[in-house]
Design a protein around this ligand. Structure first.
Ligand code: ATR
Length: 256
């Protein structure tokens, strides 16, 4: 998620703090990820971001922290210790996106649409924050599968979406619907003013779902917040410094 904007965001942070550092993109050898990781660590690189589709594939080659192990995906690798350590900052990024908007998740009911990588991170985060999570996926069996590992969650098909939203406080889209075409995965009539709607899609920043939600008076959270806060957490892991959040946020929004 967000690989093409990450160089802008991190470079802006380095400039702001006057750090002599560079964020570069590396095309890994998909058949030899171990070699890519080793080579990077031996060439003075402090750490790596891992993007789709490699977030699960790198697991055997890093020592995962507790959260990354539980989620089963790594998006950040740190080389500051003897062994490369794998973290998942997507979860914290999602949590901070809600915190930033002053939303308390405990005791809420939430609907997560999608059960890919982003759906997984959001479902765990919501559940850990005290929300009862309904996972809705086009391929229904994947929603059931994911719900088995996420506490306080249930899996559903799209036919149940409208009814589930009726009983929910939070709605999150983690599918790619709305990215290339101006369509929403949610019927406009199911959106309400007391709903918080988050879209993990950030291109376009205002998806059809978020536009519909604004029109219905819902509180909206765009996908650039999650991109920002996962980057903030990764920056702090790699550098040990407090991330300049405003500079990073400006860099994302001005490059979208
Ligand atoms: P990511 O890691 O970014 O979440 P992914 O693993 O490819 O990406 O997952 C994509 C998610 O979007 C899946 O939940 C997928 O549903 P399926 O499991 O049924 O494939 C969902 N998705 C993609 N296109 C969709 C569409 N047109 N309608 C509904 N769901 C869609």
């Amino acid at each position: 998620m967000g690989h093409s904007l990450s160089p802008h965001m991190h470079q802006a942070a380095y400039s702001h703090l006057e750090m002599d550092a560079k964020y570069i993109t590396i095309e890994p050898d998909p058949l030899d990820l171990e070699k890519t990781i080793k080579t990077a660590s031996q060439n003075g690189i402090s750490g790596l971001n891992v993007t789709i589709p490699f977030k699960q594939d790198v697991l055997p080659y890093v020592q995962t922290d507790k959260l990354a192990k539980r989620i089963g995906a790594v998006n950040t690798i740190d080389f500051s210790r003897k062994k490369p350590i794998g973290y998942n900052t997507d979860v914290g990024g999602a949590r901070k996106s809600f915190e930033h908007h002053g939303i308390d998740l405990s005791g809420t009911n939430s609907v997560v649409i999608g059960s890919g990588g982003a759906g997984r991170a959001l479902s765990f985060m919501l559940s850990d924050s005290g929300s009862n999570v309904s996972i809705v996926n086009r391929t229904e069996c994947k929603a059931h599968e994911l719900s088995k590992s996420v506490p306080s969650s249930t899996g559903h098909g799209f036919s149940e979406l409208t009814n589930l939203i009726l009983e929910s406080d939070i709605l999150v889209n983690t599918t790619s619907v709305g990215m290339k075409t101006d369509v929403s995965p949610v019927p406009i009539g199911s959106l309400r003013s007391d709903l918080v709607v988050m879209d993990a899609v950030y291109r376009p920043l205002e998806t059809r779902l978020l536009r519909d939600a604004k029109e219905a008076g819902s509180t909206t959270i765009d996908g650039a917040w999650m991109l920002l806060y996962q980057g903030v957490e990764s920056f702090e892991i790699w550098t040990g410094k407090k991330a300049p959040i405003d500079a990073m946020n400006n860099a994302i929004r001005s490059n979208l």
